[in-house]
Design a protein around this ligand. Structure first.
Ligand SMILES: NC(=O)C1=CN([C@@H]2O[C@H](COP(=O)(O)OP(=O)(O)OC[C@H]3O[C@@H](n4cnc5c(N)ncnc54)[C@H](OP(=O)(O)O)[C@@H]3O)[C@@H](O)[C@H]2O)C=CC1
Ligand SMILES: CC(C)(CO)C(=O)C(=O)O
Length: 327
């Protein structure tokens, strides 16, 4: 890996955490990000922590100039889905043709969006299985456990990017991984609407009922569409709605691995709404609702969740009652 330059395209929660761990392990990492992040990191440095008690501090430079892509051997795309096309164009203009481009984004289409902007280049989809929250003053905390997975292709990039604190794996059949992650990400919206940290929400049976109802709707849609989804959980996808509906004492026993979430965890959609940004609802719930429309299928809970997020994008985030989302 020596002599290999990694460029993080989109220095936010995921980009700074993943790139930060790579830099802390001695990799050559450059960061492309916004002026406010560049200023925050220049003032405070970058301080990473995780649920297992890991802690890393480095002082990287975040550049606002896309020319930083020029020396890249690997580009890790870490922008929100709505910014993928624009980032793809910047990579096309500035990164070497031979650089491998890896999307570390949620949603199932970012790989294709980047491929369209980068014809003929090695573009891989990826999946980040953990949650990172920005705590301010250059501090970013991984609040759950989880790995990074990428689609297979030429060169063993997963091994090259696997460093202490960061598990990278490559996988055949990556589409199922992405759909499985999308199913998990349907929770992002519910977490935002609950107004609760992720762990507190998971401990509340009423909120778990909303999660279960929405997930059941989604599973029916994917099944009819013939789409395989490998949910990143110890239980198979079909069993998760049953587990979620259990009384809390039983849920705590059966779902112990799902509860490896510390009090700081809140999903990336919460961060978007708190910052007054548009969310990724269109590439998460929107993806399933589009399939459901083609199946003439009603999706009452997912539709309510989606409408509530659109209202929050418009009018600001106000917590709602779990019962208002159920039918
Ligand atoms: N946070 C999490 O825990 C997880 C997130 N993910 C996924 O990872 C992806 C990234 O999420 P996350 O890190 O939370 O997002 P963030 O919003 O924290 O980070 C993205 C950063 O990229 C910046 N950016 C966008 N376009 C450009 C550009 N052209 N040049 C420079 N900087 C740019 C954004 O700035 P601005 O906002 O001003 O556009 C923002 O600061 C998403 O798809 C998300 O769903 C996956 C797993 C977990
Ligand atoms: C929390 C997690 C890991 C799953 O919903 C996530 O992907 C996010 O915050 O976007």
């Amino acid at each position: 890996m020596s002599g290999t330059r990694i460029v993080v395209a989109g220095a936010g929660a995921i980009g700074l955490f993943v790139g930060g761990l790579l830099a802390a392990a001695g990799r050559d990492v450059a960061f492309l990000g916004r002026a406010r992040i560049a200023a925050e990191i220049a003032e405070h440095g970058l301080h990473l922590s995780d649920i297992e008690g890991g802690a890393w501090s480095i002082a990287p430079e975040v550049s606002e100039d896309p020319a930083v892509l020029a020396g890249a051997d690997v580009v890790l795309v870490c922008v929100k889905s709505g910014a993928s096309a624009e980032m793809g164009a910047l990579i096309a203009a500035h990164a070497p043709e031979g650089a491998v481009v890896i999307s570390l984004q949620n949603g199932v289409r970012n790989g294709d969006i980047l491929r369209a902007a980068l014809p003929g280049r090695d573009v891989r989809a990826g999946m980040v299985g953990f949650n990172v929250v920005a705590l301010g003053q250059g501090r970013f905390h991984r609040a759950t456990s989880g790995e990074v997975m990428i689609g297979t292709g030429p060169g063993d990039w997963a091994e090259a990017l696997d460093v202490p604190g960061l598990v990278f794996e490559d996988m055949l059949g990556f589409e199922a991984v992405q759909w499985g992650k999308l199913l998990l990400n349907l929770t992002n919206a519910i977490n935002a609407l609950s107004g609760l940290p992720l762990r507190e929400m998971l401990m509340d049976r009423d909120w778990r009922r909303v999660m279960a109802a929405q997930l059941s709707e989604a599973l029916a849609v994917l099944s009819e569409a013939g789409i395989d989804a490998a949910v990143p959980a110890k239980a198979p996808g079909w069993a998760i709605p049953f587990i979620l509906r259990l009384p809390t004492w039983a849920f705590q026993r059966v779902a112990a691995p799902m509860l490896q979430v510390d009090g700081a965890a809140k999903t990336s959609m919460v961060a978007d709404l708190e910052a007054g940004r548009r969310t990724e609802i269109d590439v998460l719930q929107g993806e399933i609702l589009a399939l459901a429309a083609g199946q003439d299928r009603e999706m009452p809970v997912m539709t309510r969740v989606t409408e509530a997020i659109r209202a929050a994008e418009r009018d600001g985030l106000r917590p709602v009652a779990a019962s208002s989302l159920l039918v």
